[in-house]
Ligand binder design. Structure first.
Ligand code: SF4
Length: 307
């Protein structure tokens, strides 16, 4: 476990860990995403599902899939899910704003980037909270969103400062990718591997590192999310995606910054098999309209608890 610097921006030690994991991971060809024409990667049904539906095992029996895809029940997302969505959107917005600024004024003093982001913060946070139907007044998620915005503003400006201080003339394109070395909301077609056509990985970094942001407590099955995106990316890019990184974001009243913890992991053969088995099981629930028995204990935050 490692406390990092910027949400998706890995330090030198972490990048070495990614390299180590990438080079020692051996994957049989049959478990690469590009092997989608043969078993076990070939999906048993043409029923594309989002990665989250397959990977999220809050409902162990899969009845959430039956309710949502067979009975078409909408369910009621818990507030935590909407605040998590707010933090995702905050990160995407600030990264896009910062990239836009650097393309326009890249060699301006980095303090100007910080000041620009600082002036955008409150309006963006209020606009996103409103869009997600969350209270916009001084509530906990708004205070946390402000912490996140300030943290990201400082880190991106610091990164630009560092890149500029190397003193080498670079094109604006290089300056942007060196300052913010990842793409947020990376779009990939997951259809060949039985996933949605318009999947969005939270971020894709250098060395095809696939990153996923979580705003709840760590769970074993979180690695299935990065595994699902890795299979889709391999099917679309025809290049290996061997390493994932789960980024846990949380807030404490006494801390002026968010707490950012990153877990780097190999996308190994057993994770791939586990994801594909879960995909097959959930596609079968939809294809055959199977109602899995309700277990005796359910997640108290499940959005289908009353159905
Ligand atoms: S209420 Fe229980 S069985 Fe139903 S979807 Fe939620 S966790 Fe699954």
């Amino acid at each position: 476990m490692d406390i990092g610097f910027m949400v998706y921006f890995l330090g030198a030690e972490e990048m070495r860990e990614v390299e180590r994991e990438a080079s020692k991971t051996v994957i049989d060809e049959s478990l690469r995403g590009w092997s989608y024409n043969s078993s076990p990667v070939r999906p048993p049904y043409d029923i594309p599902l989002p990665v989250s539906v397959i990977a999220n095992r809050y409902c162990r029996c899969g009845r959430d899939v039956y309710l949502s895809y067979v009975l078409r029940q909408a369910g009621k997302p818990p507030t935590e899910a909407r605040t998590g969505h707010l933090y995702h959107e905050i990160i995407s917005s600030i990264v896009e704003e910062a990239k836009r600024f650097i393309y326009n004024y890249g060699t301006a003093p980095p303090i100007e980037l910080y000041q620009y982001l600082d002036t955008m913060g409150e309006t963006t946070i209020q606009g996103l909270a409103d869009k997600l139907k969350l209270p916009t007044e001084d509530s906990l998620h708004v205070r946390n969103a402000r912490k996140l915005w300030m943290y990201m503003s400082l880190e991106i400006s610091h990164s630009l400062n560092t890149v500029l201080s190397r003193g080498v003339g670079v094109s604006l394109d290089t300056l942007v990718s060196a300052t913010i070395p990842f793409v947020v909301n990376y779009l990939v077609n997951g259809r060949p591997v039985g996933l949605s056509e318009r999947l969005q990985a939270d971020a894709l970094g250098a060395m095809s590192l696939v990153l996923d942001l979580k705003t709840g407590p760590p769970m074993d099955f979180h690695k299935l999310t990065t595994t699902g995106y890795a299979l889709a990316l391999e099917s679309s890019l025809s290049q290996p995606v061997n390493v994932g990184c789960i980024v846990y974001l949380s807030f404490r009243d006494e801390s002026p910054t968010p707490i950012v913890i990153r877990r780097i992991h190999a996308i190994d053969e057993s994770l791939r098999m586990e994801f594909l088995e879960e995909r097959d099981r959930k596609q079968r629930i939809v294809a055959e309209g199977i109602d899995p028995a309700k277990p005796s204990i359910c997640d108290p935050n499940c959005m289908y608890l009353n159905l």
